[in-house]
Write a protein that binds this ligand. Structure first.
Ligand code: PNW
Length: 461
C-alpha cells in the first residue's frame, strides 16, 4: 500500500474494469437459511452419482455468512469490479410470487459493502440455480419459465437497480440448456436432445423479456448477457469436417449470439433447430423479444475446439443434432480440469465477434483455470501455472483490443475455490484458496500477481 506501481508494459484502455467473478450456488452455502427455497442444484447434487464424491453446495465457501470478509479481501487485492449472481430461490422460494425481503436484503448488504470499497457490482440474474418448483412444472422446457424469469428480474432490479449499474441476465445458456437437458451432466440432469434445444430457445426468450424489465427499474444501467464461446476449427478441409465444425459453431456460439444481437435466428440455425425439434416452438414475436437491444456482451472463455465429422454417435451429447462430431486432442497443455490451453483462441474469438457484430461492447465475464494447487510447507500456494494461464489470456485480450475489439473489462474466474458443479470441490479455480474444513481463505500467488495487474492497469514487463 502507498507504493506507486511501475507503469505497465501493455496498458489497457483507461477505465478498463479489473475484477473477479463467482456465482451464488458455488460459494454461498446457507441453502436452508432466510427462507431460501430449493433449487435444481440442491436436488441434483443430492442424487447419487451426479456430482463427484457426492459433494453439494450446502456449505460451499460459506460466503453467505462471510461476504464482508470476502469483499474486504477483494478490496485489499485492488479489485475494481465483482461479478456475482443472485440465487433466484432466495428471492422467490417457489419461483413465483412476491420477493422474500430476507433474500433481497442479503444482496443489498453485499452491494452496499462493495460500493463502500469502490468495487463495481456486476450482477448476474441467472447462474443455473432454477427454483425446483419451476422444474417440477417443466423447467426451461416449459415456455412459461421465461415469463417467470422476467418477473424475477423485475423484483431484483427494482430492489437493486438504484445501486447496481451492470446487469447480466443469463450466464452461459449453452450450459443451462445442453448440459442440463441434453447430456444431463448438470441439473436437472435430463437427457432429451430436442427438449434441450427448446430449453435454449426459452432461455433466450427469458433473456429478451428480462432486458426491458431491468431497464425499466434501472434506466441508467448497462444490461447484457454472458455466453460461453469456443472457436471451432475443422480438422481437415474435407466436407465432413467442415460440416462438423459448422454445426458445433452453430450450436455453441451462433445459436445464442445471433438472435440476441441481430434479432433473428440465422436461416441455418433455424433449419437445424427445426430438424431436431420440429416446428411450432419459436412463436412469431419471439425473435423480436430476444433481440431487445443490449449494452454489452459478456464473453466467457476457457478453451477452443478442433473437430472432425463422420464419427459414430456415442451417447448423450450437449450438441443436439451433432452427436456424430468427434472432438480431437491437439496435444496442447491442459489445465487441471482437462481443458486444452489456447490463449490465442480468445484473441480470435473477440476479433471475430467484433467483426461479425461491429460496435458491440464486450466484457470478459469469465476466464481462468483449475490446477492442482500444492500448499507449501509455509502455507503458501505458488500457482505459477495459473499465473501463466491468466497472463497469456490477458495478452490475448490486449491484442484483440489492438485489432479493434471493444473490450471494457475482465473478470477472472474465480475469486475463491468453490463448488465446481459436477466436479464438486475437487477442481479449484480460485486465486484465493479455501480450506473447506475451516473456511480459511489464503490468497495464492496468482491473487497477488493479479492484484498488481489490476492496480497497474496492465501487464508487467
Ligand atoms: C462455467 N463444460 O462453467 C461457469 O460459468 C462457471 O460457473 C464455472 O465454474 C466455470 O465455467 C468453470 O467451469 C462451465 O463442461 C462448466 O463445457 C462446464 C462446462 C463449461 C462451462
Amino acid at each position: 500500500a502507498g507504493l506507486t506501481p511501475p507503469p505497465a508494459a501493455s496498458a489497457f484502455p483507461p477505465g478498463f474494469l479489473w475484477g473477479v467473478a463467482t456465482s451464488a450456488y458455488q460459494i454461498e452455502g446457507a441453502v436452508g437459511q432466510d427462507g431460501r427455497g430449493a433449487s435444481i442444484w440442491d436436488t441434483f447434487s443430492r442424487t447419487p452419482g451426479k456430482v463427484a464424491n457426492g459433494h453439494n453446495g450446502d456449505v460451499a465457501a460459506d460466503h453467505y455468512a462471510r461476504y464482508e470478509q470476502d469483499v474486504a479481501l477483494m478490496s485489499e487485492l485492488g479489485m475494481g469490479g465483482y461479478r456475482f449472481s443472485v440465487a433466484w430461490p432466495r428471492i422467490q422460494p417457489d419461483g413465483r410470487g412476491p420477493a422474500d425481503a430476507r433474500g433481497l436484503d442479503f444482496y443489498s448488504r453485499l452491494v452496499d459493502s462493495l460500493l463502500e470499497k469502490n468495487i463495481r457490482p456486476a450482477l448476474t440474474l441467472y447462474h443455473w440455480d432454477l427454483p425446483q418448483a419451476l422444474e417440477d412444472e417443466g423447467g426451461w422446457r416449459n415456455r412459461d419459465t421465461a415469463f417467470r424469469f422476467a418477473e424475477y428480474a423485475q423484483l431484483v432490479s427494482e430492489a437493486l437497480g438504484d445501486r447496481v449499474k451492470l446487469w447480466g441476465t443469463l450466464n452461459e445458456p449453452w450450459c443451462a440448456a445442453f448440459l442440463g437437458y441434453g447430456n444431463g451432466i448438470h441439473a436437472p440432469g435430463a437427457v432429451d436432445p430436442a427438449g434441450s434445444l427448446i430449453a435454449a430457445h426459452h432461455l433466450l426468450l427469458g433473456h429478451g423479456l428480462a432486458v426491458p424489465a431491468v431497464r425499466a427499474a434501472a434506466p441508467d444501467a448497462e444490461v447484457g448477457i454472458t455466453l460461453n464461446f469456443y472457436p471451432v476449427d475443422a480438422d481437415t478441409q474435407s466436407s465432413a469436417d467442415l460440416d462438423a465444425a459448422h454445426r458445433i459453431d452453430l450450436l455453441q456460439n451462433r445459436l445464442f449470439l445471433d438472435p440476441v444481437v441481430e434479432g433473428a435466428y440465422p436461416a441455418d440455425v433455424r433449419e437445424h433447430f427445426e430438424r431436431v425439434c420440429g416446428t411450432g416452438h419459436i412463436e412469431p414475436e419471439d425473435e423480436k423479444i430476444i433481440g431487445a437491444p443490449v449494452d454489452f456482451l459478456g464473453v466467457n472463455y476457457y478453451t477452443s475446439y478442433r473437430v472432425a465429422g463422420g464419427g459414430e454417435p456415442s451417447g448423450p451429447s450437449p450438441w443436439p443434432g451433432a452427436e456424430d462430431v468427434r472432438f480431437l486432442d491437439r496435444g496442447l497443455p491442459r489445465t487441471g480440469i482437462g481443458w486444452e490451453i489456447d490463449s490465442d483462441g480468445l484473441r480470435r474469438q473477440l476479433v471475430r465477434i467484433s467483426q461479425d457484430h461491429p460496435g458491440l461492447p464486450m466484457y470478459i465475464t469469465e476466464n481462468g483455470a483449475a490446477f492442482d494447487d500444492t500448499v507449501d510447507a509455509d502455507g503458501g500456494i505458488d500457482d505459477a501455472d495459473r499465473i501463466a494461464y491468466i497472463d497469456g489470456h490477458l495478452r490475448a485480450v490486449h491484442q484483440a483490443i489492438g485489432e479493434g475489439a471493444d473490450v471494457r473489462g475482465y473478470f477472472l474466474w474465480s475469486l475463491l475455490d468453490n463448488f465446481e458443479w459436477a466436479e464438486g470441490y475437487g477442481m479449484r479455480f480460485g486465486i484465493v484458496r479455501v480450506d473447506f474444513e475451516t473456511q480459511q481463505r489464503t490468497p495464492k500467488k496468482s491473487a497477488l500477481w493479479y492484484g498488481n495487474v489490476a492496480v497497474a492497469g496492465g501487464l508487467p514487463h
